[in-house]
Design a protein around this ligand. Structure first.
Ligand SMILES: [Ca+2]
Length: 355
């Protein structure tokens, strides 16, 4: 056994060594304190950022959810020709409205700004253009189901006096429909609302990424099956379109937002209810050349079926979407719409970048 008294202590060391040890010790303590300080500061910044996120997400213009950064395979091999070029896309994190923008939220915007939507303004029509008389008046498009299989005429009618306050024609209104998605809004209206709310429209890639909810290869926003457990997961059309909607999902026409289960990211109604405007121009061939990371959308519209009419993208399908009517509720489904088009099944939701 050793005698503790015989062990060397710091006081028995030569003065120079002792000083070196003390300075070294102090230096070590200093480094420890500095590391602790940096970690503490990092924690504080993280906490502050999370608080800001939480505050941002509670905007009066709609609750938002955080969509984390990630990758997806965009498109669908068994979809329409403009979806079939499947390609990997990386998307940075962003905020997305939990639901479609509602009548109540849009009304607040109109009240605060005095904004007049496109459908409420008399259309500007080029001289000599062949436009039916009713389309020279302010109005919007209304779905009109045929009375019988024998009398199948035009199911879409342009109705003067139709706008977001009168979405099914001048005799309709939005009383009691505060929580329903606003419709009869054109692309410019959606952009104007977004700016007022300090938000923006999602890009087409952001929209599809958010809709897929991390399940990147599933054909539906809720998973692999059309009706998991025999239950409908969104407000779409059941039965033979356009003759009969059996409303097995509980709703004929629009429903209030958020009536169905949210997807994995916490987003409601990413399939069905109302179509949603995206920021992008529509380009049938964009998937062939779009950048891998955060595709911003093409610089101009390209619809080979109607090259002279510029179009934007809408996503998500509506209460009119069915298997025999384009199945627009699939996360890969793309719709091309002239930006000045207002209809009873087309609304929007907003996104926001992390500042
Ligand atoms: Ca329905």
């Amino acid at each position: 056994m050793s005698d503790p008294d015989s062990e060397p202590s710091i006081f028995s060391l030569p003065p120079a060594t002792r000083s070196a040890l003390i300075i070294g010790g102090l230096f070590f303590v200093f480094i420890l304190l500095a590391v602790f300080g940096v970690l503490h500061e990092a924690q504080r910044i993280k906490r502050e950022r999370e608080q800001t996120k939480a505050l941002n997400s509670q905007s009066s213009s709609g609750e938002m959810v955080w969509i984390p950064e990630g990758k997806m395979t965009m498109g669908a091999i068994d979809g329409a020709p403009d979806e079939q070029k499947m390609h990997d896309v990386k998307v940075r994190g962003f905020w997305m409205d939990k639901t479609e923008v509602t009548n109540e939220q849009f009304a607040r915007f109109v009240k605060e700004t005095g904004y007049i939507t496109v459908a409420e303004r008399k259309p500007v029509i080029a001289e000599g253009a062949m436009v039916p008389a009713e389309q020279r008046e302010a109005g919007g498009w209304v779905f009109t189901p045929p009375k019988s299989a024998e009398v199948v005429g035009a199911i879409w009618r342009y109705v003067p006096g139709t706008n977001w306050r009168h979405p099914q024609g001048p005799d309709s209104n939005i009383e009691g429909r505060e929580k329903f998605p606003v419709v009869q809004v054109c692309w410019d209206d959606a952009v104007a609302f977004s700016r007022w709310a300090g938000k923006r429209l999602p890009t087409e890639a952001e929209w599809e990424y958010a809709a897929r909810g991390g399940a990147i290869h599933d054909p539906y926003v809720w998973g692999k099956e059309m009706k998991p457990g025999g239950r409908w997961e969104g407000n779409i059309w059941q039965g033979r379109f356009p003759l009969q909607d059996t409303a097995d999902d509980g709703f004929t026409g629009l429903s209030p937002v958020g009536q169905f289960r949210t997807n994995n990211y916490g987003l409601a109604d990413m399939a069905g209810n109302a179509w949603e405007w995206c920021a992008d121009w529509y380009d049938a061939t964009y998937y062939n050349r779009s950048p891998h990371a955060n595709p911003p959308g093409p610089e101009k519209s390209n619809d080979p079926d109607e090259p002279s009419v510029p179009k934007r993208v809408a996503r998500g399908g509506s209460y009119l979407s069915s298997e025999n009517n384009g199945a627009g509720y699939r996360p890969a489904a793309r719709r091309k719409v002239p930006p000045g088009y207002a209809s009873c099944d087309l609304g929007f939701r907003c996104a926001r970048s992390l500042q």
